[in-house]
Write a protein that binds this ligand. Structure first.
Ligand SMILES: Cc1ncc(COP(=O)(O)O)c(C=O)c1O
Length: 298
């Protein structure tokens, strides 16, 4: 058997496991063991070394398999209550029947746009977002990850203001591509790849006066700031909720200094906090408002 045949046989084995409506104990053991082996040998052994679901789970690593609503189960049928919801990607819960039905129906027609003909569903999604986005935001662009949304926001802010510096918050998490890392407030992710293209500054999260002070300093020394980026509630930092007057103050300070305010809603958006957006209406995505409507910086 050459390597190519081996790959096809291995893919076939796994497609059969995926297609099977249930999983028996022997297959479950194979899945748990192969998952660890594959992570160690072909993905990233760090996951296996630090995850409690591996290190404290006994003979077989806790290996997720399926879910329903707020509960998911591992390959051996043990159930878990999911408080994380895919970092905001599973806001409707695991395997919501209406989502599954719609995805199945569309996958049976077409899995991806041609990029040549017009694809109707892209427009439908943009239209739907315009109906629920706050303020007068009526255009969207689509990307595949949170970090790309941050990249997009930083690029738009630079183009709109003609400035390159950003202010971000200590422990703020904005993604792991280059631009996002440049505003990342966590040393472990950020420092190995320094330096970044622009000169950015970091202030404590939840401290509006620190933002005011940093902007005064930048003005005094002639550094042009494009925008301030922060999460409505800091997620990766440990669900840190700022005081009620923080965002109104930040809004006022950004307006007074003429800089843009970027809300990173990757974790707080689309109902994750109990409201549709983590941000107060009228503050969200001011960059897009400004660019699309050619308003003064808001
Ligand atoms: C607030 C925030 N912004 C950006 C990101 C990056 O998202 P992604 O991992 O999809 O690139 C994350 C990821 O957890 C996040 O929590």
């Amino acid at each position: 058997m050459n390597e190519h045949d081996d790959a096809i046989a291995y893919a076939d084995k796994w497609i059969n496991i995926i297609k099977s409506p249930s999983i028996d104990e022997q297959t479950a053991k194979t899945v748990a063991k192969e998952t660890v082996d594959n992570f160690v040998n072909h993905f990233n052994k760090g996951w296996v070394e630090y995850k409690k679901s591996v290190t404290e789970s006994g003979e077989y690593a806790g290996t997720e398999w399926s879910g329903d609503g707020a509960v998911f189960q591992d390959v051996f049928g043990d159930k878990y209550l999911d408080f994380l919801g895919g970092y905001g990607a599973l806001n409707l819960g695991w395997s919501h029947p209406e989502v599954v039905e719609a995805v199945r129906a569309q996958a049976g027609k077409s899995g991806i746009p041609t990029q040549e003909l017009m694809d109707p569903l892209r427009g439908v999604l943009a239209n739907l977002l315009s109906k629920i986005a706050p303020g007068n935001i009526d255009h969207s662009f689509f990307v595949a990850s949170g970090t790309e949304t941050v990249e997009g926001a930083l690029k738009i802010a630079k183009l709109y203001t003609g400035k390159t510096t950003f202010i971000s918050t200590v422990k703020g998490f904005h993604g792991k591509t280059q631009g996002s890392l440049s505003v990342m407030g966590k040393k472990d992710y950020r420092s190995p790849l320094m330096p970044y293209g622009s000169q950015n500054f970091f202030i404590p999260y939840g401290d509006a006066d620190a933002l005011d002070k940093q902007l005064e300093i930048c003005e005094a020394v002639g550094i042009g700031v494009a925008g301030f980026i922060a999460e409505p509630i800091q997620g990766e930092a440990g669900a840190r909720v700022p005081s009620d007057d923080y965002w109104p103050k930040v809004r006022e300070i950004c307006t007074r200094h003429g800089i843009l305010l970027i809300a990173d809603e990757v974790q707080t958006g689309l109902g994750r906090t109990g409201k549709l957006w983590g941000w107060i209406t009228g503050v969200l995505f001011p960059i897009l408002c400004a660019l699309q409507n050619h308003l003064e910086v808001v």
